[in-house]
Design a protein around this ligand. Structure first.
Ligand code: EPU
Length: 337
């Protein structure tokens, strides 16, 4: 076991924020992870997966445990479906591509989402009409309390929009070690009704799309709208899309007739936070090394050496301005540390 000291976390978070961890270890087996968890001299621990959904605002005084568990395994298959278990440290997009190359369908709409397999269920990643929960079977996680491996079924996980048990009552209590998915082997059920996908496929002159085509379309859309974290530090959507009552929405419509919305229930609608932030004048705004992305106002960016606290302060200003203009509170989606 090799614990390093004073390590920069810059390469371990997609925002590219340069803070230090007092102690750092990368674990590549469950046994090693259990040994590290048993160390009493480091009571303060931070579990790091792909680092794609966090904003680091200060040095971490404690032990950072980087989850580097690898492996993809076919658990079972029949004529129509395959069950696959992927280890938590597998890169999400590489896992999606592995499935597509094997012609396993179901997660192609989730192409190019940053992060790792083990962090995907925590916020139930979603894009273009599909969420992780749609193909999720179960996951395994080590309890920080008992140090034993437990299995969580889909029902146990209590998935919601960018939400799961791991963001609620199990928050900070478990480390996910693997996720099991059920994917189709043939007769793939494609989800291409999401506006941007249909028009992208048309641009690509594809009339009978395969899962490969859908993945390519999603990649093209994401590349045109969202900054690549390898080039510009970011954490995807910084805020969640707020859900508001229909009556509040109707009042807003009187002043903002072009406000988009998606029905949620009989009396609630979801409003794109990106639209609200753009209307509030923040889209494309740059303040030194940080700002709001020019193509998608939901995404806050680090152009170089921004501090996490700068980005946090900008997010608070955005929240305050949106509240003042629209009387809507927008919630932060990323974890602030
Ligand atoms: N919009 C604007 N201005 C903007 C951004 C968006 O007016 O700057 C409007 C668009 O014109 C459109 C609507 O908002 O009418 C929705 O935009 P988009 O399709 O880009 O989706 P989104 O609601 O902004 C969500 C997810 C994304 C996901 C896309 C596609 C959340 C918080 N974000 O964004 O997820 O890729 O849908 O499914 O739900 C992520 O979670 O990191 C992420 C990128």
């Amino acid at each position: 076991m090799h614990i390093k000291r004073n390590i920069s976390l810059k390469p371990y978070n997609t925002f590219g924020i340069d803070v230090l961890a007092n102690f750092f270890i990368s674990v590549s087996s469950i046994n090693e992870l259990k040994q590290v968890l048993a160390l009493n001299e480091h009571p303060n621990k931070l579990i790091l997966g792909g680092g794609s959904n966090m904003l680091l605002t200060k040095d971490f005084e404690g032990l950072v445990i980087h989850i580097n568990l690898k492996g993809i395994e076919i658990i079972s298959k029949n004529d129509d479906f395959v069950t696959i278990k992927a280890s938590a440290g597998e890169n999400w997009h590489e896992f999606v591509l592995w499935c597509i190359n094997n012609d396993f369908g179901g997660i192609e709409n989730l192409s190019l989402i940053p992060g790792n397999v083990g962090t995907a269920p925590i916020q139930n990643i979603g894009a273009y009409g599909i969420e992780l929960k749609d193909t999720f079977v179960s996951c395994e996680a080590i309890s920080l309390e008992t140090k034993t491996l437990e299995t969580f079924t889909k029902t146990d996980c209590d998935f919601g929009y960018r939400n799961s048990i791991f963001k609620q009552r199990a928050k900070g209590k478990y480390i996910l070690t693997s996720v099991t998915f059920i994917l189709s082997k043939n007769n793939h059920k494609l989800h291409i009704d999401y506006g941007a996908i249909a028009s992208q496929l048309e641009t690509m002159h594809i009339t009978h799309p395969t899962i490969q085509d859908v993945s390519k379309a999603v990649i093209a859309i994401r590349q045109s709208k969202l900054p690549n974290p390898k080039e510009i530090g970011n954490s995807g959507s910084f805020f969640k899309n707020p859900v508001i009552s229909k009556s509040n929405f109707n009042t807003l419509l009187q002043n903002f007739s072009d406000i988009p919305s998606y029905p949620i229930s009989e009396d609630e609608v979801k409003v794109p936070a990106g639209w609200l932030i753009e209307k509030a004048g923040f889209k494309g705004k740059q303040f030194g090394d940080y700002g709001v992305h020019k193509n998608q106002a939901l995404v806050l960016v680090n152009y170089g050496n921004a501090k996490g606290s700068d980005i946090l302060n900008l997010s608070k200003l955005i929240q305050k301005t949106v509240k003042r203009l629209f009387d809507i509170s927008i919630e932060v989606e990323v974890n602030i540390l």
